[in-house]
Design a protein around this ligand. Structure first.
Ligand code: NAP
Length: 484
């Protein structure tokens, strides 16, 4: 049974940086797929904007190529594609210049929702906000979508928040973290707050620990320049992993409404203890004969930027005191696999004796690949061999449970862009959340810089540096295997 698609209200959307990598790989294909799904109807204007000298036809040709390459199966629907491309326009402008802004303002229609997607370098966010304001495009119908990274530390994030606040209210600013647009991530909230089964157990009395892994098998690729100035802590932990941690750990909000949810997430971040040096491991991948190591790849022989981080975090509140949260993320690891594992404590007493072994319930939320949820339960091994226990998964791979059609989830960008148009900020980060996240990660980064230590090497295709394994071993625990 296909889910019902409710069309959004007519809108004008400007994509600043409309010719860039993100626009071509994600934003335009996402809009196209929503168009094919019937969520975007004809009365919509989509305007690319960049410095490049391009006209409307040139932009449509570029968009056609991008959607054909990245738009999935739907892009084979030529009639739909042509109809979609008819919605596109292009304006040449410089975020820091004067030309092009009046023509852009002239394209905006009265009584339409106006969305401005800042898909340009963060250094230009303030310039764009200022010019939108100056040219009368920052009114109550307007909203801006701001890409990551949102600052590179607390000070720069605060500056950026202040700059944007001069021209737009908090209710108009959509700070995007595409992890929040993932179906499974939202399912995490549905599972927690839509079932009576889990919430009573969701605390330090029953949960031994929680592991969050975001593992990539690829290296930095062509993003070396950006990545080397950022590193895994800034690129992944401060934003994506922090958001996952918040959704796992937060108290039930009174309502599924933007500020109710974001208030609870903020409380989690503020309850995080500072992380002791011994509880953080960072690494850098080595080459493997066929692929270059990190330093060669980014072209910086002295780079001390980490491509891997593992850490142990504690949340000092009533619910989680004593339950560690282990986070790890890295590139060039064994496989591409992202998951959250809630590892429950042992049963208080085993009636089956020592031979039965140690068995634990683990709830695994798989973000990629094979989005789904799995609950490990202990049962009797079938057969006449006595009371031997084994663990089996109650597996709900969405593609199997829901059928391929239902499980063909909209990409995170599809959902998030539609939320912008609908004016729903629940899945976007609030300014104070971003600042609190930086306030927690800044001292960790400052400690590395002060210490001047280089990251530990780890082999391409491994699970990261051995010290990351030790982080768990010394607590008598183990990371789950990185596997898709
Ligand atoms: P990109 O490929 O370098 O594209 C940048 C775009 O901005 C181009 O369209 C460029 O066109 C335009 N631009 C540059 N300077 C401009 C100016 N002064 N005025 C107006 N337009 C200007 O970058 P990207 O990878 O698409 O990334 C865009 C943003 O998304 C960045 O903030 C990035 O951090 C973020 N992001 C990207 C990804 C990704 O996968 N690519 C993922 C997450 C976040 P002209 O040169 O013709 O002006």
């Amino acid at each position: 049974m296909a889910s019902r698609v409710i069309p959004v209200d007519p809108f004008d959307l400007v994509i600043f940086g409309g010719t860039g990598d993100l626009a071509r790989r994600k934003i335009l294909p996402a809009l196209f797929r929503r168009f094919v799904a019937g969520q975007i109807e004809g009365d919509v204007r989509l305007i690319g904007a960049a410095r490049g000298d391009m006209d409307r036809d040139g932009y449509r040709a570029m968009a056609r190529a991008a959607i054909t390459e990245f738009g999935g199966e739907e892009s084979a629907r030529k009639k739909d594609l042509t109809a979609f491309l008819d919605l596109l326009d292009f304006v040449t402008l410089d975020a820091r210049g004067t030309e092009g802004w009046e023509p852009l303002a002239a394209l905006m229609r009265p009584d339409r929702i106006r969305a401005f997607y800042f898909s340009v370098a963060p250094a230009l966010f303030g310039d764009l906000a200022k010019r939108l304001h100056k040219h009368g495009m920052a009114d109550e119908r307007s909203r801006i979508v701001v890409e990551k990274p949102f600052g590179r530390d607390l000070d720069t994030a605060r500056d950026l928040n202040r700059t944007l606040a001069r021209h737009f209210s908090e209710g108009q600013i959509y700070r995007i973290d595409h992890y929040l647009g993932k179906e499974t991530v939202q399912n995490l909230m549905a599972i927690r707050f839509g079932n009576v089964l889990f919430e009573p157990l969701w605390n330090s009395q029953y949960v031994d620990h929680i592991q969050i892994t975001v593992a990539e098998s690829v290296g930095v690729g062509g993003r070396g320049d950006y990545y080397d100035k950022s590193g895994a802590m800034r690129d992944m932990v401060q934003n994506h992993m922090m958001q996952l941690l918040c959704l796992i750990a937060m108290e039930p909000p009174a309502k599924f409404e933007p500020d109710a949810v974001r208030d609870e997430k903020l409380k989690v971040i503020r309850a995080l203890d500072p992380v002791a040096r011994r509880n953080v491991v960072r690494g850098q991948y080595e080459g493997d004969g066929t692929q270059p190591g990190y330093r060669n790849q980014v072209g910086n022989r002295d780079s001390t930027t980490e491509s891997f981080v593992a850490l142990k975090a504690h949340i000092s509140n009533w619910r989680w005191a004593g339950t560690p949260f282990y986070l790890r993320t890295g590139k060039r690891l064994r496989d591409r696999a992202s998951e959250i594992a809630v590892v429950f404590k042992d049963a208080p007493h085993s009636i089956f004796g020592a031979d039965a072994g140690r068995h634990r319930n683990i709830l695994t939320i798989r973000l990629q690949p094979n989005e789904g949820i799995e609950l490990g339960v202990t049962i009797k091994e079938p057969g006449p061999g006595g009371m031997r226990l084994i663990d089996v998964p109650l597996d709900m791979t969405f593609a199997e449970a829901l059928g391929p059609e239902e499980a063909d989830f909209p990409d995170a960008y599809e959902r998030l862009i539609m939320d912008v148009i609908r004016g729903n900020q629940t899945l976007f980060m609030r300014g104070d959340e971003v600042e609190a996240a930086w306030a927690w990660t800044d001292p960790i980064i400052a400690d590395w810089e002060e210490e001047g230590a280089t990251p530990l090497d780890y082999a391409t295709g491994s699970s990261g540096p051995d010290d990351a394994l030790m982080l768990m071993h010394r607590d008598g625990r183990r990371w789950r295997e990185i596997r898709p």
